[in-house]
Ligand binder design. Structure first.
Ligand SMILES: [Zn+2]
Ligand SMILES: [Zn+2]
Ligand SMILES: [Zn+2]
Length: 332
């Protein structure tokens, strides 16, 4: 994510700031222009969750309007967890918006979010993060860092974040959107396999027996080897991690001949270059983290097989929203 300027005083502003630290002006981000705007009304959710996006016609902002279900805000820490989850979601939407996905200019179908908590007035309930036919379910309870760490240990994962969850689930929806492009599915199947294979059986096998021997040669995580749909979602989430890492590094002034000042990772057409740059920056931060006893921010190995898949995802995402060709009878 780049660093923004306050529309009133020009001071430095971070994406999640609700007010300018320099002049005190309330801030409003507008996804239609990808920047903070000088005038705008507060999103209805601003008092409850600190949403800093500009209100649309409904009173909610573009991001909050995609959320159809919210947790019971009076129960436990639900309001705080919902707020953290929406913050992560806004970041992912703003990122995808850099390629034109899911912005007001995107005429395709938009995702719908259900933000659910395990804490309800009827007692605890299970919530499974999932995507089904355009509807994304997020378990906001995982916004709690201790809850998330516990699950990460249980599942033996190297990285588990709310942004990662949202990138993964939104990837399943992007798959649906890309299926509108006639060339997408054949190319996907040639690289990642047949996604019509029995999904429930594949996941049961994964949780029972673990990943197959040698999974890392062509899968970014063990879970990616469970089923072609999960390969796609995990790979896409990692591509978004890498591009955001580059964007942040360049914004912080960490520039080079390959990525000079003002370099736009979202405009880069060379997928392999994006992967190399992102991985190099990540290794640099891993190295820095060790200086103060912190873990690696990006503890993954990108093999040639994984890089091919990341480059494939990059090509399709970077091309922007798929416009469905209109057939001769006028339907699409
Ligand atoms: Zn200011
Ligand atoms: Zn909002
Ligand atoms: Zn998934």
């Amino acid at each position: 994510m780049r660093i923004f300027s306050c529309p009133s005083c020009g001071g430095e502003v971070n994406f999640s700031n609700t007010d300018c630290l320099a002049c005190g002006q309330p801030l409003h981000f507008d996804i239609a222009v990808g920047d903070f705007v000088a005038a705008g009304a507060d999103c209805t959710n601003r008092p409850a969750i600190g949403c800093n996006w500009v209100a649309g016609d409904s009173g909610l902002c573009w991001s909050c309007a995609m959320t159809r279900v919210i947790p019971e805000t009076m129960e436990g820490e639900n309001r705080l967890h919902w707020a953290k989850s929406e913050t992560a979601k806004r970041r992912v939407l703003a990122q995808l918006g850099r390629w034109g996905w899911f912005t007001p200019a995107d005429t395709g179908r938009l995702p719908v979010f259900r933000m659910l908590s395990e804490v309800t007035s009827d007692g605890p309930r299970d919530v499974v993060m999932a995507h089904g036919d355009g509807e994304i379910t997020i378990n906001v309870t995982e916004a709690d860092v201790l809850e998330r760490m516990e699950r990460r240990e249980e599942l033996g994962e190297k990285l588990r974040t709310m942004i990662g969850h949202i990138r993964h689930e939104i990837a399943h929806f992007l798959f649906l959107r890309l299926c509108d492009a006639p060339d997408f599915l054949p190319a996907f199947r040639a690289l990642m396999g047949d996604e019509t294979a029995d999904y429930a059986a594949a996941l049961a096998r994964h949780y029972d027996a673990g990943p197959p021997e040698g999974w890392g040669a062509a899968h970014v995580t063990p879970y990616a080897s469970a089923h072609p749909h999960e390969d796609w979602a995990e790979t896409l989430a990692h591509l978004l991690h890498l591009v955001d890492i580059i964007d942040c590094a360049v914004a912080a002034g960490w520039i080079s001949a390959e990525a000079p000042a003002g370099y736009d990772a979202y405009a880069e057409l060379d997928g392999q270059k994006v992967i190399t740059l992102g991985a190099d920056y990540a290794m640099g931060v891993n190295h820095i983290n060790r200086s103060i006893g912190l873990g690696d921010i990006y503890p993954f190995v990108l093999t040639d097989g994984v890089r091919d898949k990341l480059a494939f995802v990059h090509g399709w995402l970077g091309a922007g929203p798929v416009s469905v060709p209109v057939s001769s009878d006028g339907t699409s």
